[in-house]
Design a protein around this ligand. Structure first.
Ligand SMILES: Nc1nc2c(ncn2[C@@H]2O[C@H](COP(=O)(O)OP(=O)(O)OP(=O)(O)O)[C@@H](O)[C@H]2O)c(=O)[nH]1
Ligand SMILES: [Mg+2]
Length: 225
């Protein structure tokens, strides 16, 4: 496993970070954000970029279907046994914040069946700007918005935009078509987030996910240090 070092600060270490044999369990990263912002596309791109050097698994959350898991399977981003779907049946944030038992069971199943794992990505169902993950489920969270949702979203704030460990502004390729001002989005995000990082991505190119992949590698370096 090749890891990159950074000085962006360590991911908070949960109390249950160790496996029974004393080794550190997989780093769990949650991906949340509004419907259609590019969460599944980011998960797919991260898997393609990182899978050669890291042992990865994915948990997807959908309200009534398994669409996101099916997309990842169809695109063969990981072997099928490394992808698990949770059907939340209710507001997506409930399953990632209030009653995390189904998601915890899924990550623990994956650790047991295909582990040892370096990284587990947990995609939330698409929700609103208030959705965040419980710290009992993930060690760090990425909040993904897109330029087509309006360039005032960073200014509007909300816990995802203001407190996520990484804010991703996706679909920058669409900015000219929807009249979004990327510089203003960056300024507003800075105002809301202070020193917390922001990445601008376009997943239409194969390397578009690079800033997010670099951030994940840095978190992993902190996690395993
Ligand atoms: N132009 C453009 N389209 C994108 C980009 N990223 C994702 N998309 C498209 O946006 C649509 C939604 O992407 P998804 O990855 O399914 O979004 P999601 O956030 O997982 O959606 P839900 O899980 O339903 O909330 C798909 O048609 C993607 O192909 C991007 O950077 N640029
Ligand atoms: Mg999705």
């Amino acid at each position: 496993m090749h890891l990159y070092h950074s000085h962006e600060g360590p991911a908070a270490v949960s109390a249950d970070a160790a496996r029974p044999d004393g080794t550190r369990r997989a780093l769990r990263i949650g991906l949340g954000g509004p419907v259609g912002s590019g969460k599944t596309a980011t998960v797919a791109a991260l898997c393609r970029t990182l899978r050669d050097r890291l042992s990865i698994a994915v948990v997807t959350n959908d309200i009534y279907t398994r669409e996101d898991a099916a997309f990842l399977l169809r695109n063969a981003v990981l072997p099928p046994e490394r992808i698990q779907a949770v059907e939340t049946g209710a507001c997506p944030h409930t399953a990632i914040r209030d009653d995390i038992s189904a998601n915890l069971e899924a990550v623990e199943d994956l650790e047991e069946s295909v582990g040892p794992l370096d990284l587990i990505l947990v995609e939330s169902g698409g929700d609103n700007l208030t959705a965040t993950f419980s710290k009992g489920l993930v060690d760090a969270q990425i909040f993904i918005i897109d330029v087509a949702g309006g360039d005032d979203i960073p200014r509007k704030g909300g816990p995802g935009v203001t407190t996520a460990d990484l804010l991703v502004v996706n679909k920058t390729d669409l900015a000219p078509y929807v009249g979004s001002d990327l510089e203003q989005m960056a300024l507003d995000a800075k105002k809301q987030r202070g020193d917390l990082p922001v990445a601008f991505t376009s997943l239409t190119s194969a390397e578009g996910v690079a800033p997010v992949a670099d951030w994940v590698r840095a978190r992993l370096a902190d996690w395993t240090a």
